[in-house]
Design a protein around this ligand. Sequence first.
Ligand code: NAP
Length: 454
Amino acid sequence: MSDTGRRVAIVGSGPSGFYAAEALLKDDRNLQVDIIDRLPTPFGLVRGGVAPDHQKIKNVIRVYERTAGNERCSFIGNVMVGRDVSVADLQRFYDAVVFTCGAETDRTLAIPGIDLPGSHTATAFVGWYNGHPDYRDLSFDLSGETAVVIGQGNVAVDVTRVLAKTVDELAGTDIAAHALEALAESKVREVHMVGRRGPVQAAFTSKEIRELGELGDCALHFNDQADFDLGPACRAELDDAGNTDAQRNWKALGELREAGPASGCSKRIVVHFFRSPKELAGDGRVQRLTLEKNRLAGDAGDQWAEGTGETVEMPCGLFFRSVGYRGVPIEGLPFDDRRGVFPNQGGRITGGGAALPGLYAAGWIKRGPSGVIGTNKPDSTETARNLLADLEGLAACAVPDTGALLAQLRDRGARPVSYEDWRAIDAAEVARGAAAGKPREKFTRVEEMLAVLD
Ligand code: NAP
């Protein structure tokens, strides 16, 4: 079929955005697909979230580069929906808009002392060491000996590992220079990773927990071996044939316990189960943390943590909450405040229970912050399939012209960044990195990125 002139905008250039674009571009109605991002750099969490010492995971970018190279696909970076352009504006230029803007903030942890200096979100620390411009000017006081990370998802494991690695282990990665410099001076010797439930319910995956036992100068300890004595409900959960993640974790944890902590290390990681944070305290900054011991309540497969009333206090110079991400609303779109997502049915955004014509969602803003990068492919494909099924019935937009959108953006003072522009920024980063033996040295401020172009 020849070009029908149908046009789709995708808001967010992370994995879910690129997978949605890939699926839409395959349709034989030859759609134009423009991917908009608030940063001048594409790839979302692959650039700003994946840990710098997990370079191989970033190879997935090659797939996205192929999509970006399609002549019917454009990248429009450095343009923020809600600031530079409204949802209603986008609907003037596109027949449909797919929101793949992820989950940009954190779930809260409401305990006394949470706002004391020295208490941070994992998101902020991850953004900082990955050179995300939003977090560039943060600083983390690494002068204390003890850091605590609350949560046992893979983000908590990333934060724990980065704090525990030696500078040599991080130096050849694309970690931001400012972070490497600060970590080189770090006095942190103990990192405690604290989960509210048990080893069978831990949200990390086996490859990631194994890595904590393979660090250059860090011994891995488990706080209490009794945490591995399983009650009948945990045993039933573990024996459930479908619970393969827990089974792999159990095996990995068993092997790590059997191997025991490495000797002669100057740092240690301590993994705690069945503990919840109750209070942070200190004189003007975080110094102490009170944890409450938990037991599990509920049935196998649906067990939650219940406080026992028994508390323990520990020193804590630096505190991170890593209890999950959360989506943020965009003006002009409905928002499910409880789940932190855009309400939707199969990716069709709904208002008052009915699908809103031409508005779609995919990725974390559609289903919540779960799964690995690859999980987004079927998720985005489902949204694209539903959009393509609706396409005939969607009204054609008033101004089917990307050039007109770009002109409007420039009139309003925005400086859109094209994919070609990004390639220039990319080349400059790679060249800077080569000098330091790194895959790239990221620009960490938007102005620095734009200076490469102008
Ligand atoms: P996550 O996997 O949902 O883990 C959140 C953790 O926070 C869980 O341990 C959860 O415990 C805990 N938690 C939540 N509320 C809490 C509270 N009030 N008190 C104490 N603990 C609380 O989230 P994530 O680590 O942010 O990761 C997001 C997604 O990205 C995940 O799917 C993850 O696998 C993925 N990811 C993957 C990689 C990788 O593949 N290497 C790296 C990073 C992230 P409960 O289980 O008890 O709720």
